[in-house]
Design a protein around this ligand. Structure first.
Ligand SMILES: [Zn+2]
Length: 277
């Protein structure tokens, strides 16, 4: 394993990477463009700061989830830092339809957009305004020429397989990338954060029992191979170290505000009081 999980401070502007091991035939590179943050506003609803990952290799450039509107400019900037333009993206994989993961699929008009068939059908059946499904973006996706509806077990890219993990939404999918010696498990909101991973209980789920079952299934998949990485929907990745998890130091999460007449900004770092992370 390289230094990506050494716990060192990550630069805010530099996406963190998992590089294949020497001799690894899979030859994929994984970058976390955004690490999700396990927070919500106590006064203004959800933050929607989700994990956005980039998988490159075998002639494919794939985004796993896309973030919300507020992430658009930074998403393009972080792709550019890696030498990737939106036109280079060949695939967009959506773990589920919620706005904070899905709306930016429209930034990649030449990409194949992959989403669970069950998820898309469920999203389209939702009464407008009744959920955080972006109704119009899902309606457009239904008839999009480059949409692929996924079923359980489908290979989305070579060695990257989609699995049904319902609960948070009925069609939530987890994407499992086989990197040769270990797996990277992109769970989306089937596992949102470390707390859900440790307790096996999910918050904000349509079906709590289905969520618990999905988390157990994801856990056994992660446990099977030393070094496997669980990528939660709203938290930093967790690595399997002899059956116990090791969570990399979270990327900084900071809010700035202009609170006075002067254009200076006040910074609020979102972290546990008294802790360094
Ligand atoms: Zn969600």
């Amino acid at each position: 394993m390289n230094g990506a999980y050494s716990g060192r401070q990550q630069k805010l502007t530099t996406p963190s990477s998992v590089r294949p091991q020497p001799g690894d035939r899979s030859a994929y590179t994984v970058d976390y463009l955004f690490e999700g943050f396990p927070g919500k506003s106590a006064t203004h609803g959800g933050l929607g700061w989700c994990t956005v990952s980039l998988v490159r290799g075998r002639g494919r450039v794939a985004l796993i989830d896309t973030g919300r509107f507020g992430a658009r400019r930074l998403l393009i900037e972080r792709l550019a830092q890696l030498g990737v333009s939106p036109a280079d993206v060949t695939d967009v994989l959506l773990t589920h339809s919620h706005y904070d993961h899905s709306v930016n699929w429209t930034l990649f008009p030449t990409a194949r957009i992959q989403i669970g068939a069950t998820e898309l059908d469920w999203a389209l059946s939702q009464e407008w305004g009744s959920s955080v499904v972006p109704e119009l973006y899902m309606r457009e996706l239904e008839s999009w020429p480059n949409v692929t509806r996924l079923a359980d077990g489908d290979e989305t890219l070579p060695s990257l397989v989609a699995h049904d993990t319902p609960g948070h939404t009925p069609g939530s999918m987890t994407f499992v990338l086989d990197l040769g010696e270990f797996d990277v498990v992109f769970a989306g909101d089937a596992v949102k954060n470390r707390s859900e991973w440790e307790t096996r209980r999910a918050e904000f789920t349509i079906d709590a029992e289905a969520s618990a079952s999905s988390i157990r299934e994801i856990h056994s998949r992660w446990l099977a191979r030393e070094g496997s990485v669980l990528v939660p929907g709203h938290d930093a990745p967790l690595v399997n170290r002899a059956g116990l998890f090791e969570q990399r130091q979270r990327q900084p999460a900071t809010v700035t505000a202009r609170l006075d007449r002067e254009p200076s900004e006040t910074k609020f770092e979102l972290k546990r009081p008294g802790s360094v992370t």
